[in-house]
Design a protein around this ligand. Sequence first.
Ligand code: SAH
Length: 372
Amino acid sequence: MTYIPTEPRTNPYSLTRSDWEEFLAPIDSRSYRSHQVMKWIYHSRVTDIHQMSNLSKVVRDKLAAITDFRVPEVISEQQSVDGTVKWVVKTISGGAVECVLIPDGSRNTLCVSSQLGCSFDCEFCATGKQGFAGNLTVEDIVGQVVVVHDWLLLQSERGKISNVVFMGMGEPLMNFDAVMSACDIFMDNLAFGISKRRVTISTVGVVPRILDMCSRTEASLAVSLHAPNDTLRNRLVPINRKYPISVLLDACRQYLNSLHDRRIVTIEYTLIQDVNDSEDCARELSLLLRDFRCKVNLIPFNPIRLGKLKRSSDDAIKNFYQILLSQGIMTTTRSTRGEDIDAACGQLMGAFNDKTQRRVRNYTPSLHVSEG
Ligand code: SAH
């Protein structure tokens, strides 16, 4: 008898391990089935269900009838002189987003997008300037990793993706459920098996959602601070008016406590000339973070089109770094990568045209974030 699906086909890249168990239950309730299927997909990269030879023919036929493997379509691929690679992909739902591979020694860090545009209009970020046009689905997010994973497989000497960071387009915590499921899939040994320390969610500071993370994930957390006090942060990162620094750091502490390990939060601090790069700012930041389990990642500002802000001088960056270090704050300076292909932090614009931007801006939500 032919199995006729009544539901639209499911994209397997949208399913976490527990989703697979639920999904396969009506077909075959033995829990190892989901293990087998996930291993075929992620370890053997087999996406033709009929080739999953340890499943019975009946299971294969049923599964093939209700699934449809789809990944975002690559629109363009650009390689930087420094080895960074940027892809523009068309999501399954139809928008264009960017993801960036940053090779560094034995590490391959993939920076993924979580939204089409962004609703937080941080003063210095190109993505925010285009407005918000929607959330990516789980398969759109996982699909970025699948596309780059397969690209790396074809280039045997380049290794695998070792780190995933949500530092592409969008605010990951405003697409909470999809981002959490994607993290599950990145960290699951039956899928990508990336260590929880190497899957990092970077947030502008959506406090209620940081608190929600406590009971939902063990991924690492990065926070875009960019200022040592509320007056300056209110200007650079407008959500600060709703969740000021003390509230934000407190939420981060609660998240760290929920992890029960020795994890730290990464504090991102983009250095902008004569805005937040003074010695006073460095000292104030050291004081603020004195008892906070973190490392500071200094990001030299990447100028954006039509913007007036400038990158801090090399001397100012060095000075800022030295002051933090001398005050006992663990600090690194992020090397700027992929600048020649507009792949550096905050330069991801996506393939939006002006008309779309205007239309999108009309329904860009305010900074309201529901508590819950
Ligand atoms: N919404 C997330 C991810 C944003 S992108 C967040 O706010 O954390 C990742 C980092 O790049 C953030 O810290 C962001 O503030 C920073 N960034 C944005 N624009 C930048 C620019 N033009 N130059 C340098 N860093 C930038």
